[in-house]
Write a protein that binds this ligand. Structure first.
Ligand SMILES: Cc1ncc(COP(=O)(O)O)c(C=O)c1O
Length: 419
């Protein structure tokens, strides 16, 4: 079971919503820091352990800087994310560039910065040599185990996934890299998303540790770091059990002893690139009920929409909802909780049992601290909303202002330019 708490006592949250205007995302700074520290503590046994925070989960420079100060790195998937990581003060040695279908100029900039290139395909080796003149001294390859592993709903079955190099290609990748002067080798995978089964993540470690042995045996190459990717899940539903970092750390430690240390393959650095389990439970989308409508079903229409949080519409994902101030009332009404887009799948919840909702009520949608605001978009010319950080002593800091119509129109040219 996981407790679904609010960032502030209900009366204070209602007052804050009135003062700031809704909707907005709010993040619990001390909560994120404590949580980040507990992941690091669980892996303190592992030499040089690092979590590269997946910037895509919450690409706000203030959050990335906060995590950087705790020793986290950054996992970036695009040039703007690299810029966020750099400007947040993350040293290049702590930046991973795990990109997809990467444009030349992004390889060039990541290389120039000194970030670790985590290549997604064997053909990218030639791309990097062509674009950067040579391979970097350190390189990582993303491994896709194909039929050896089953994936899960969000990331999909590895055989169907566009990511990573196959088992047949993997040894060739390291051989080519070594022959082209690479000195330091890393191995990465990302086979699960929002995984709540600790055993699955331990099995991923087993798979990578076994590959460390195989690559060493077949090529004589020592893998210096294995990156288990992101994907540690969070309990979106109150009945879900969270993963215990401490237990995960202990289980991976015993595998490490058996498969790395006792075989003389160490030291191998262990890393993750988790986003969701670091910030996810520490974010809320706060929204006001604009209309309550009774049609063939009952609808609570919010001033937020799927542009603020698209996981429910995209994956049918569950996000817990609290009607703020009515926590003690019985959930005896059934609503579709909807957004304001002209899209019928713009729903935060379908057939959700909640206390009776009235126009003007404040709803807190939980667990929006990762892949929430960042997945937003601008369909229906919806403007992007603000992000706030709740700090010690109840201080509320604006870490992203709300977009204005002028912001939205800034890239449009009122008089078409001939090109
Ligand atoms: C390559 C890569 N690393 C890390 C992550 C972060 O995953 P999560 O936030 O679920 O930990 C993602 C998410 O999509 C990803 O694609």
């Amino acid at each position: 079971m996981s407790e679904k708490r609010l960032p502030l006592p209900s009366d204070e949250l209602i007052a804050l919503a009135g003062r700031l205007g809704t909707p907005f995302h709010i993040y619990d700074g001390p909560g994120i820091r404590r949580n980040a520290e507990s992941l690091a503590a669980a892996f303190s046994w592992a030499p040089g352990f690092i979590n590269y925070f997946a910037v895509k989960a919450l690409p706000n420079i203030n959050i990335v800087r906060m995590l950087g100060r705790l020793g986290f790195g950054a996992d970036c998937s695009s040039l703007p994310e690299l810029v966020i990581a750099r400007d947040a003060g993350i040293p290049a040695s702590r930046i991973m560039f795990t990109s997809n279908d990467t444009p030349d100029e992004e390889f060039a900039e990541a290389f120039r910065m000194g970030a670790v290139l985590n290549l997604d395909d064997i053909t990218h080796i030639d791309d990097v040599i062509r674009v950067c003149g040579r391979l970097p001294e350190t390189i990582s390859f993303r491994f896709n185990p194909g039929p050896e592993r089953t994936g899960n709903a969000i990331i999909g079955n590895p055989v169907e996934a566009k990511y990573g190099v196959t088992r047949d290609q993997l040894l060739d990748c390291y051989r080519i890299a070594r022959d082209n002067g690479v000195k330091h080798f890393m191995l990465h995978t990302m086979v699960a998303s929002n995984e709540l089964n600790e055993g699955y993540i331990v099995e991923t470690a087993r798979m990578l540790f076994s590959l460390v042995g195989e690559i060493h045996g077949r090529l004589g190459i020592g893998i210096e770091q294995v990156d288990l990717g992101g994907g540690i899940g969070i309990p979106y539903r109150p009945e879900d059990e969270p993963i215990s970092f401490a237990s995960l750390g202990r289980d991976i430690q015993s595998l490490y002893r058996e498969m790395i240390e006792e075989k003389g393959l160490g030291p191998v650095r262990i890393s993750f690139e988790c986003g969701r389990c670091i910030t996810g439970p520490y974010g809320w989308l706060i929204s006001r009920v604009r209309h309550v409508a009774h049609k063939y079903k009952d609808y609570a229409g919010l001033d937020a929409c799927m542009a603020d949080l698209m996981r429910p519409a995209l994956y049918g994902a569950y996000h817990h909802i609290t009607v703020v101030g009515k926590e003690d009332e019985a959930p005896c009404h059934v609503y579709d909780v909807t957004g304001s887009l002209c899209e019928n799948n713009d729903k935060f919840a379908i057939d959700r049992k909640l206390p009776e909702i009235s126009k003007g009520d404040i709803l807190a949608i939980h667990d929006t601290g990762a892949h929430g605001h960042s997945m937003g978009f601008s369909y229906n010319a919806k403007l992007r909303h603000a992000e706030y950080l709740l700090e010690e002593g109840g201080r509320v800091l604006c870490i992203r202002r709300a977009e204005t119509i002028d912001d939205y129109l800034a890239t449009q040219l009122p008089c078409p330019e001939e090109v």
